[in-house]
Design a protein around this ligand. Structure first.
Ligand code: UDX
Length: 430
């Protein structure tokens, strides 16, 4: 099949590469010429495990192409819109202008039956609006607008594409269903869920809001464990083995972040307010998550309050491991709190330093590795759960730090091992 993906962001690019790997002929367009030129050279514009090899392989096979022109709509059986829908704080909703603009621009190129798939995370009712825009601009256009929300996680997007828990298809059109089923046919394991467009649009937002709630629950449980005794890791494990609860998303930490959970929770809560169906639970989760980030900064400072000109070695800046993404990263917010209080901070992240630098600028110093960051430090803070932080050389670290204090926000440090070298290790919820 001929697929056109509009938007070479993290979701669009992953989809374009993976659909071409499934054997389809894919063109991915983006208005940023620089990005397209980089991709044409076989270089990734985002950090994503295993995507680089597939990009090169499919470029070579010519199943995957990159371009900037909307004219490519004319040859496509399926057009996937995957442009950004950032949260607009002044309007308290997603900014969907990019989607509506694409809808207007593609209209004149639709010359045969075409399926328009909305992949971006959108407010409920968006597919209806896109359909209306296209119909108004070109009443003769033969098309269906379908909602297929994307559930890819950064850091495991390729795996998630080939192993989806479910493929949600929001459409009433049997023809569209048949074409989309063909599109996903080469995927070995798949479970389709057919529903209305509105329900499909809601499933994405509801799923991310539920995940955020799960994380916030375990974070509050961690605080509770610290007060009453108990180990949140064991509590989460014991709870998660109940299939109705599930083990995933029960890891405590400094709060959830990233490009999706913060914005989707906010979008759901604000839509609830607008339609008179308040989401009190989600509002509490949003507020609790924001407070958690502040309280982790305060806690960090409390460990060094008696040390004059304390230096903090801050390890991990990405919103989670396996990505270079710092959008709404709790780690970054905590660092900002620390520097606002006049504390000296030296940061290190295996992948996200470049992105972090655009926010933190010259307000912190940047280390090349964990050991450089820890030199003369009065506390080592672990804020992102990078695998390499689990196997540090504590003997070496014990010789270079100023004070042997660890604040392990993600519970990744082997406390017994660190203890052997005289470190005091403060964990979260245990
Ligand atoms: C999320 C959804 O999981 C995905 O389905 C959707 O398509 C996009 O949004 P992503 O933003 O990549 O994916 O990150 P995710 O793995 O969901 O983690 C979000 C945040 O929650 C991170 O800050 C992470 O550190 C935190 N988290 C996650 C926890 O604190 N504990 C957990 O147990 C899981």
């Amino acid at each position: 099949m001929n697929i056109l993906v509009i938007g070479a962001g993290y979701v669009g690019l992953t989809m374009a590469v993976c659909f071409s790997e499934l054997g389809h002929s894919v063109i991915c367009i983006d208005k940023q010429k620089n990005k397209i030129n980089t991709l044409l050279k076989g270089k990734l514009t985002t950090f994503e495990k295993n995507l680089d090899k597939l990009l090169i392989k499919n470029l070579k096979s010519k199943r995957l192409k990159f371009d900037i022109s909307m004219k490519n709509v004319a040859n496509a059986d399926v057009v996937m819109i995957s442009v950004g829908t950032p949260f607009d704080d002044s309007l308290n909703r997603y900014d969907q202008n990019a989607i509506y603009c694409v809808a207007k621009n593609i209209t004149k190129f639709i010359n045969k039956y075409t399926i328009i798939v909305i992949k971006s995370t959108v407010e409920v009712g968006t597919c209806d609006r896109v359909e209306q825009i296209i119909k108004e601009a070109n009443p003769k256009a033969d098309f269906d607008v379908v909602s297929i929300p994307e559930f890819l996680r950064e850091g495991s997007a390729v795996y998630d594409f080939f192993n989806p828990d479910r493929i949600i298809m929001g459409t009433e059109s049997q023809h569209a269903k048949d074409v989309i089923k063909k599109l996903y046919k080469p995927l070995k394991k798949k479970k389709f869920v057919f529903t209305s467009r509105c329900s499909s649009e809601l499933i994405k937002c509801a799923s991310n809001s539920f995940l955020a709630t799960k994380i916030h629950f375990i974070n509050e449980m961690a605080d509770f464990c610290e007060k009453v005794g108990g180990n949140v890791y064991d509590v989460a494990h014991g709870m998660g083995l109940d299939k109705r609860i599930g083990v995933e998303f029960l890891k405590t930490g400094p709060g959830y972040g990233g490009g999706c959970l913060p914005k989707d929770t906010k979008a759901l809560a604000s839509l609830g307010k607008r339609v008179g169906a308040n989401f009190n639970l989600i509002e509490a989760v949003i507020c609790g998550n924001e407070n958690r980030i502040k309280s982790f900064a305060t806690k960090t400072l409390s460990f060094v309050e008696n040390i004059k000109n304390a230096k903090i070695a801050f390890l991990g800046l990405a919103f989670k491991s396996g990505t270079d993404d710092c959008r709404f990263s709790p780690a970054i917010d905590i660092v900002l709190h620390l520097i606002n209080k006049g504390t000296k901070v030296c940061v290190y992240d295996p992948a996200a330093t470049k992105n972090a630098r655009s926010v933190l600028k010259t307000k912190v110093s940047y280390a090349k590795n964990e050991y450089e960051a820890a030199k003369d430090a009065d506390i080592m803070v672990f804020a992102t759960e990078w695998k390499q932080f689990r196997s540090l050389d504590w003997a070496k670290l014990s010789k270079i730090v100023n004070s042997k204090i660890i604040f392990d926000m993600r519970n990744i440090v082997d406390r017994q091992e660190a203890l052997k070298y005289g470190f005091e290790c403060y964990k979260t919820g245990c």
